[in-house]
Design a protein around this ligand. Sequence first.
Ligand SMILES: [Zn+2]
Length: 100
Amino acid sequence: MEHRRKKIIKQSVRDTVTKLLDEAHSEYLKGNRERSQRHVKMALYHIKKHKVHVPKDYVNTFCKKCRIVWIPGKTARVYFDRKHNCLRIECKKCGFSKRI
Ligand SMILES: [Zn+2]
């Protein structure tokens, strides 16, 4: 029973996180950068508190360091890293980069 309850909670947390990140994205596009960052912060708060994973489709949609949403060509740069033979995404705001 306990297990099932946890599963339901985690599912609803994931839904909330997904909604928050979607919202963050559209707020950024509307020009509300601060509000967008607040949404990402809230999403990360839920992720930490309930120990859930970031939904797969959303892993590379925001910066973990400065909490800005990543929009390729705008707030993020995607390039091929020859040294490590992989694709990398780099945050234009804080310079954080990760493999994708
Ligand atoms: Zn960043």
